[in-house]
Design a protein around this ligand. Structure first.
Ligand code: HEC
Ligand code: HEC
Length: 460
């Protein structure tokens, strides 16, 4: 009986995949615990064996995103003193909540976070003032973002490798300018013995990996974002994180559990299986992309067009690049630890609609910039070399649906966010401030068209 009910429930979930997450998680609460965990537990071996198609991976990822983690699924860790705290204690999370959807809900499913959903990272576990405040960005459209960044990484690393080869062949120092998709990342100088001087780099780490996730731009793959989020917010730790993928143990590992499969030593082995990370990454890659929805009223449409031109004219698009062109739409998701075939999907076609085209209207250069002292964090992130005032150009697609704005959510409105720009963006901000109120409103109207497709929500 329970099995039949379980099967029916799974079918219902597949049909009713989206839009009713709150109701569903309530249902799941009421449902048998084993069933609920079964919805999110997935072995990589089964994916490697070709037993889980894209639709099912999406369903698993969706369930994982909405899942309310509990101690019975490894929520918390052996070191947890207080069960819940808004302010994180260093690399150990609050733990601050129970589900991904609990923070990513503004503007629709998989959306952004409100001010009250802000996370307080890297603090002393107690005082808000000790932490780095972060507002949750929306989690849609991110497959193409990762893919764009990966293509840029390939360009930059190929250029570096070619310079290394030339320097070795010619026995002379080589200096090159790094650029990809029209975005310049400064210069490197390469010596014949293979030494690289990276002092001239701009907006990117010395490894030349474009990392498009997080306000500081520190993570390159969605898989790692999910792994980090689960550890930080729920104390749910993958054993993959416990062992660095190639070399030393990960400094972010929680605890030194007796078993490789239970690093946080809370008695729950395999809290976050590789297969679950694959499902979550594939799910995120299959979500809809934000859309530009210009106003239909003819008068407003003219103002929108003027605002769009104004955005370029005052230098906003120097950083918020209107579009980046995606060359390859094939996504391959493979874990670090098994050798099975990668899951493949087409980023511009598979999964939820609507999608972006290959000309991705992202409004970012995926590069870091110095935004000045006013916007800076109070201190650097522990263990990070990125200055407190330096942030990744936040993609503006979907902007209308993601208030509040800026890394700590300090700006309630779009104009407030613009005026808070400083540092490298000071000239552009000044140009905005110098516009007539009417022209400022035009830019605002344009930015309000960066949105996401309206969805019919059927009450059940
Ligand atoms: C306590 C609130 C909170 C919870 C819970 C949470 N997130 Fe987040 N999420 C954030 C914040 C804040 C950021 C920005 C982090 C940063 O800049 O370092 C973020 C960033 C992200 C990003 C990167 C977005 C981007 O464009 O940079 C993704 C993807 C994401 N979260 C997915 C998840 C998933 C999956 C889960 C569940 C495992 C989850 N989040 C749980 C608050 C939360
Ligand atoms: C030098 C690069 C640069 C320029 C020029 C620039 N921005 Fe930004 N912008 C950024 C960065 C970096 C952030 C993220 C700041 C943070 O994390 O707090 C950002 C954030 C924003 C945000 C908030 C996004 C969100 O989701 O919270 C808006 C809105 C915005 N910019 C609009 C503009 C407009 C309009 C202009 C032109 C007047 C402009 N920007 C010029 C780099 C730039």
């Amino acid at each position: 009986m329970a099995r039949r009910r379980g099967a029916r429930r799974r079918r219902d979930l597949a049909r009713d995949r989206r839009g009713h997450r709150a109701r569903r998680s309530r249902d799941l609460e009421a449902f048998e615990r084993g069933e609920d965990a079964e919805h999110i537990f997935l072995l990589q071996e089964d994916i490697d064996a070709g037993q889980v198609d894209l639709d099912r991976l999406f369903t698993f990822g969706d369930a994982l995103f909405g899942h309310e983690f509990r101690p019975s699924d490894g929520w918390g860790d052996a070191d947890a003193v207080l069960p819940l705290a808004r302010v994180h204690d260093g690399a150990r999370g609050g733990l601050d909540t129970f589900s991904c959807a609990g923070c990513h809900s503004v503007g629709g499913v998989d959306g952004a976070g409100s001010a009250t959903q802000n996370a307080f990272f890297d603090g002393d576990g107690d005082a808000v003032g000790s932490a780095l405040v972060r507002n949750a960005p929306a989690a849609i459209g991110l497959g193409v973002v990762q893919a764009l960044a990966a293509e840029m990484t390939t360009d930059l690393q190929l250029a570096r490798d070619a310079a290394l080869a030339t320097a070795a062949e010619t026995s002379a120092r080589v200096s090159i300018t790094l650029e990809s998709k029209g975005v310049a990342f400064g210069t490197i100088e390469v010596d014949p013995d293979g030494t690289i001087d990276a002092a001239g780099l701009e907006g990117i780490d010395a490894d030349l990996v474009v990392k498009p996730f997080g306000w500081k731009g520190t993570i390159a793959r969605l898989r790692r974002v999910v792994e980090n989020a689960a550890r930080l917010h729920f104390g749910v730790q993958s054993h993959v994180l416990a062992v660095d993928h190639e070399t030393a143990p990960d400094p972010d590992r929680l605890g030194d559990g007796p078993d490789w499969y239970d690093p946080d030593g809370d008695g729950h082995a395999r809290e976050l299986e590789e297969g679950m990370l694959t499902a979550a990454a594939v799910y995120l890659a299959m979500l809809e992309s934000p859309q530009i929805l210009p106003p239909s009223d003819p008068g407003l449409r003219d103002r929108w067009a003027r605002g769009r031109a104004g955005f370029d004219a005052i230098g906003c698009a120097d950083c918020h690049r209107t579009e980046l062109v995606l060359l390859g739409s094939t996504w391959r998701e493979a874990p670090d630890t098994t050798s099975g075939p990668a899951v493949e999907l087409n980023l511009l076609r598979d999964g939820e609609q609507p999608k972006s085209g290959a000309r991705v209207q992202l409004f970012s250069d995926l590069k870091r910039h110095d935004m000045g002292a006013e916007l800076a964090d109070p201190r650097p992130e522990s263990g990070s070399a990125i200055a407190p005032s330096v942030f990744l150009t936040r993609p503006l697609w979907g902007l209308a649906e993601t208030p509040p704005y800026l890394h700590d959510g300090r700006a309630a409105t779009i104009p407030e966010a613009i005026v808070a720009h400083g540092g490298e963006a000071a000239a552009s901000r000044d140009a905005f401030v110098a516009l007539s109120p009417e022209a400022q409103a035009d830019v605002h109207i344009f930015l309000l068209s960066l949105s996401r497709a309206p969805r019919l929500r059927v009450p059940l």
